[in-house]
Design a protein around this ligand. Structure first.
Ligand SMILES: Cc1ncc(C[n+]2csc(CCOP(=O)(O)OP(=O)(O)O)c2C)c(N)n1
Ligand SMILES: [Mg+2]
Length: 337
């Protein structure tokens, strides 16, 4: 039986998002090497599984906050590859009109919030958003990603503490991928099991094999259900590995070659494919059709975006101040007179 109550069609969909994430990052790498990507290019190679599986466990109305290595979660939420390409190439047509790069952009209708770069800060921001869900009585859940490095910042701890004491509908995923830039985890935190950080705030913390797509889906699903039921925040530590450098410009000389090779053999996509194939849940022909669909979609997205113009220089002067200056907020807390 397929685990976690998933259907065969959903297993195919999970495979689609895994493939889409990996292939889109490959396209971006090629564009970067041609000098067409502006700024850094961040790869999630080898850890796409946990982004895709955790986002897939959300409902349509839920909101997530990705980091640069969570492209997969945004695609699951409906971000279009053409917009991701435009962002990375800083095109005038990009969601931020060339003002921000990589995957720093929002789509509140689809339910993802562009991160701000400051590590850990999206935990208190998402706690606030989850507080608003509760005040408005909406059955919505927030999901926030933080790296092993981010889990050592003050903002992360304040956010988790606040979310815990308020029993907010929040799920915090700590991606234990071995490094924070060039710093190995053991050099920046004395905690070996990062899920233990949850216990300081009185909330559950679980550790899961981050390269086991179905296992991540299952624990994320349980944490999301718990949050929606009003039982509060939980933390999930996903054990994974950053197989590329911090970004393309990083030659990762501090990562032992044999360590990278060992994790190549533990690739989340390979493992997922091996599992669903061995169990007969996803036919080879269906998988090939998904591969072809992804390449077709990405051919079209690259063709559409590659030669689009950069923003006109004078456009930098617009959108700096609110215009009109007073815009009513989208909602206010009701204050009874
Ligand atoms: C508060 C803060 N300090 C430092 C940085 C610079 N910085 C950006 S990413 C990064 C490493 C992040 O490591 P981790 O949280 O483990 O995420 P990963 O890159 O492994 O996905 C650092 C130090 C930052 N953005 N914010
Ligand atoms: Mg890390």
């Amino acid at each position: 039986m397929i685990p976690a109550g998933l259907s065969g069609a959903q297993l195919g969909e999970l495979y689609y998002y895994l493939r889409l994430t990996r292939s889109l990052e490959t396209r971006l790498t090629n564009l970067y090497r041609q000098g067409k990507v502006l700024g850094g290019l961040y790869s999630s190679l080898g850890q796409e599984g946990e982004s895709v599986a955790s986002a897939y466990a959300l409902e349509r109305q839920d909101v997530l906050s990705p980091l640069v290595r969570n492209l997969g979660s945004m695609l699951v939420k409906g971000a279009r590859p053409v917009d991701v390409l435009r962002q990375y190439m800083a095109k005038a047509t990009s969601p931020t009109a060339g003002r921000e790069m990589n995957i720093h952009f929002n789509d509140l209708a689809l339910g993802f919030l562009g991160q701000i770069s400051h590590l850990g800060d999206m935990v208190p921001v998402m706690a606030g958003i989850c507080l608003s869900f509760r005040i408005r009585g909406e059955p919505r859940v927030g999901l926030v990603y933080a790296g092993d490095g981010a889990s050592s910042t003050g903002a992360f701890h304040e956010g988790l503490c606040f979310a815990a004491v308020q029993r907010l509908p929040l799920v915090v995923i700590v991606e234990h991928n071995g490094y924070a830039y060039s710093t190995p985890t053991a050099r920046q935190t004395a905690v070996t099991r990062l899920a233990d950080k949850a216990h300081a705030y009185g909330v559950p913390g679980v550790t899961v094999d981050g390269n086991d797509v179905l296992a991540v889906y299952e624990v994320a699903r349980a944490a999301i259900a718990r949050a929606r039921a009003g039982e509060g925040v939980s933390l999930i530590e996903t054990i994974t590995y950053r197989r590329r450098g911090h970004a393309q410009h990083d030659d990762q000389r501090y990562q032992p070659r044999e360590e990278i090779t060992r994790w190549e053999a533990n690739d989340p996509m390979d493992r997922y494919v091996a599992r669903v194939t061995a169990e007969g849940w996803l036919e080879d022909a269906a998988r090939t059709a998904i591969d072809e669909r992804v390449e077709r979609e990405l051919d079209a997205a690259v063709a559409e975006s590659e030669y689009e113009p950069l923003p006109a220089p004078e456009s930098a002067l617009s959108g700096v101040y609110a215009d009109p200056p007073h815009v009513p907020g989208p909602w206010f807390r009701r204050i009874d007179a």
